[in-house]
Design a protein around this ligand. Structure first.
Ligand SMILES: [Zn+2]
Ligand SMILES: [Zn+2]
Length: 364
């Protein structure tokens, strides 16, 4: 994952109000409390604060990200320097700049280079998105050549240090007062010379091919979301780290259920009599159906919550989503004479005045 500029500017521990030594549990607890407090629904105008808290938790709530964040902060002065230098540089470039700073003094060739980020997409069923899934995606792009393992040298031979630049990858050219440094023309800036190029990649050390990558998709992804999988992108050069794999997720719809964030939604028809008298009805879920008690006097469109039947719990979010059941009162369309008579009798007996509250001349 790219080290982000915000990491040097923000103290996520301070934002969440926890010690640096806080446990995962303490961090999650602090986050929940603040997220509730600053949630824009509950507290309009607090969006910025809410975003800040969420951003802090996104890093500290993830074991791997938290470790990286701590390490980046510990680098201290260099980190701050990089922050100052890079005011106008895109976040993605910062890793490269930091890499350059850290590797200063042991320059060899053009130095280790991070591999390129690669992109692919995955199409999931509604159920897979709700429960999470391990699946294979195809990625087409530059990978380390399989024949030479990325060295560029033919099997049985090894790359040798370039004699012209002594492996630095750059040569200086003194022209009077000025000294120009430019990529070494003998080795193309790589610092090594391939005497017997690999027959598969022609000495470049990389080839474009399609490969399959197994990835774990967490429960609760939404259509259009992009997931970053660290280190599964293009190969790093000269010992640099691999790039990341960015997977855009597409989720199919469902004929019965909808999704609202972590919650599933379903519309369930009930009869007028069930709504008026109350009833226990069977509700479909993604697994076995559940019984739901509808109280007497239920209104059309009223929503009931079936706990824990939405998006499954995950490591990142241990609380599962719910199933939101909205009831829809069925109105019969074709009635025979007996039914019409029965309804007319019911209407008389009920003596309702449904529009009385509205006032005006059309109250009758
Ligand atoms: Zn050279
Ligand atoms: Zn090769």
């Amino acid at each position: 994952m790219a080290v982000q500029r915000e990491w040097f500017e923000k103290d996520y521990y301070k934002i969440l109000g926890v010690q640096k030594s806080a446990t995962d549990k303490e961090i999650t607890k602090a986050y929940r409390k603040l997220a509730k407090q600053y949630h824009p629904d509950a507290n309009p105008g607090s969006e910025d604060k809410f975003k800040e808290v969420s951003a802090a938790y996104e890093v500290l709530g993830d074991e791997a990200k938290r470790k990286e964040y701590d390490e980046a902060k510990d680098r201290g002065p260099i980190g701050h320097m990089a922050g100052d230098f890079t005011q106008n540089i895109r976040t993605e470039d910062i890793t490269d700049l930091l890499g350059g700073l850290f590797n200063r003094g042991k320059s060899r060739g053009t130095g280790p280079q991070r591999g390129a980020d690669q992109e692919t997409e995955v199409h999931l069923s509604f159920e897979e998105a709700v429960s999470g899934v391990t699946t294979a995606v195809t990625v087409s792009g530059e990978t380390a050549c399989v024949t030479c393992a990325g060295t560029g040298a033919a099997p049985g031979s090894v790359p040798v240090t370039c004699a012209r630049c002594q492996g630095s990858g750059r040569v200086s050219d003194n022209q009077g007062f000025f000294s120009f440094s430019q990529p070494c023309p003998a080795c193309g800036g790589r610092g090594v010379r391939i005497e017997k190029p690999c027959p598969t990649c022609g000495g470049t050390g990389s080839q474009t091919r399609t490969r399959k990558v197994n990835i774990r998709i967490p429960a609760g992804v939404e259509s259009g979301q992009r997931i970053r999988i660290k280190g599964r992108g293009g190969p790093g050069k000269a010992g640099g780290p691999n790039g990341d794999l960015l997977v855009t997720v597409f989720v199919s719809g469902h004929k019965t259920f909808g999704r609202r964030g972590k919650d599933l939604t379903v519309s369930v028809p009930i009869t007028f009599a069930e709504a008026a008298l109350g009833a226990t009805v069977s509700i479909p879920t993604l697994e076995t159906p559940v019984s739901l008690k509808i109280p007497a006097g239920t209104k059309s469109g009223q929503t009931f919550r079936v706990r824990g039947r939405g998006v499954e719990a995950s490591k990142k979010d241990p609380t599962p989503g719910d199933l939101l059941v909205s009831v829809e009162i069925l109105v019969p369309k074709e009635l025979d004479r007996d039914q019409i008579r029965a309804l007319e009798q019911l209407q008389k007996a009920l003596k309702q005045e449904p529009r009385k509250k509205l006032g005006g001349e059309w109250t009758a």
